[in-house]
Design a binder for this molecule. Structure first.
Ligand SMILES: *[C@@H]1O[C@H](CO)[C@@H](O)[C@H](O)[C@H]1NC(C)=O
Length: 290
């Protein structure tokens, strides 16, 4: 495969592409042992994908360097003319497979839920998500329309008028799913605080055990610094037409609480009001820094 020439999905077109391709996506059949990584965008998807691939490869680094992260963990709804789709990539992936999605539940292929496929969901506080998403829109010029000013982007984010829709709905509906499905619901901030503790939760959820030194190795190699310099994880295998890392690198800061450097006091107050309204009655608790 020449991964550098593989195009990346046109994210802002996803909605229409999915609507067009709905039958194909909806008819997707899982196979036993599939594991789904689900997140709203910019919440630690690539981080979790690398952690899980390392677990699946028993910490063998050379194996994890076999291909870029988006080829090791196929992107379920990826669909772009002239490029292998997520579904096509999955057909070539040997079991046990890791799948990635950002889909809201309403668009998820039913087989995943019917077959009670295990899900690892990661949620991240929405202020950091909004800032990260804005930077991503700005650097991934070949994938997104111009995000406009930060001020207008933040309004659109709060209204769910961005790719993949409302953050609020996404985190809440996947949280609800934990009542009826095998979902391990994790938080980005907890992973920053103590990655080893969270990796151990993942191992327990998978019913998989690894020697302590392998767990330490995984913690080390999935640190922000290590992943940023890993060409199989940092997305520099894509052409600069799709992602321009000189505008803002894909691996930008990887911290919790960075929103404070972007939000104005007024924006923060407005966000808090919206947050309280939209999260009313939900028992999810987010941490705004660690
Ligand atoms: C990606 O990894 C390569 C190889 O280590 C490194 O040279 C490059 O600076 C990294 N790119 C970014 C944008 O982090």
């Amino acid at each position: 495969h020449d991964f550098s020439r593989r195009k990346f999905p046109i994210l802002h077109c996803f909605r229409s592409l999915i609507v067009k391709e709905t039958a194909e996506l909806q008819n997707f059949q899982t196979i036993p042992d599939d594991l789904l990584i689900s997140t709203y965008p910019k919440s630690g998807t690539t981080w979790m994908s690398e952690i899980l691939d390392m677990i699946y490869q028993d910490g063998k680094l050379e194996k994890c360097r076999r291909a870029p992260i988006y080829a090791r963990v196929p992107f379920l709804e990826f669909k772009c003319p002239g490029v292998p789709s997520g579904l096509e990539s999955l057909e070539e992936t040997p079991a046990p497979r890791l799948l990635k999605t950002h889909l809201p539940l309403s668009l998820l292929p039913p087989s995943l839920l019917d077959q009670k496929i295990k899900v690892i969901y990661i949620a991240r506080n929405p202020k950091d998500v909004a800032v990260s998403y804005y930077n991503f829109y700005s650097m991934a010029k070949g994938l997104f329309p111009d995000p406009g000013t930060w001020e207008s982007f933040l309004e659109n984010f709060m209204d769910g008028k961005v790719s993949y829709g409302s953050w609020f709905q996404h985190v809440k509906e996947w949280w609800e799913l934990t009542h009826t499905h095998p979902v391990l619901y994790l938080f980005y901030e907890d992973m920053k605080e103590d990655p080893k503790r969270e990796i151990k939760k993942i191992l327990e959820f998978l019913g998989h055990s690894l020697p302590e030194e392998t767990v330490d190795l995984i913690v080390y190699h999935t640190s922000f610094k290590k992943m940023k310099e890993n060409p199989m994880a940092n997305y520099t295998t894509l052409s600069s037409h799709h992602m321009d890392h000189s505008v803002s690198p894909f691996m930008r800061k990887g911290v919790a609480g960075d929103w404070k450097n972007t939000f104005t006091v007024a924006q923060n107050e407005r966000f808090d009001v919206q947050y309280a309204e939209k999260m009313a009655g939900c028992d999810l608790i987010f941490r705004w820094q660690v």
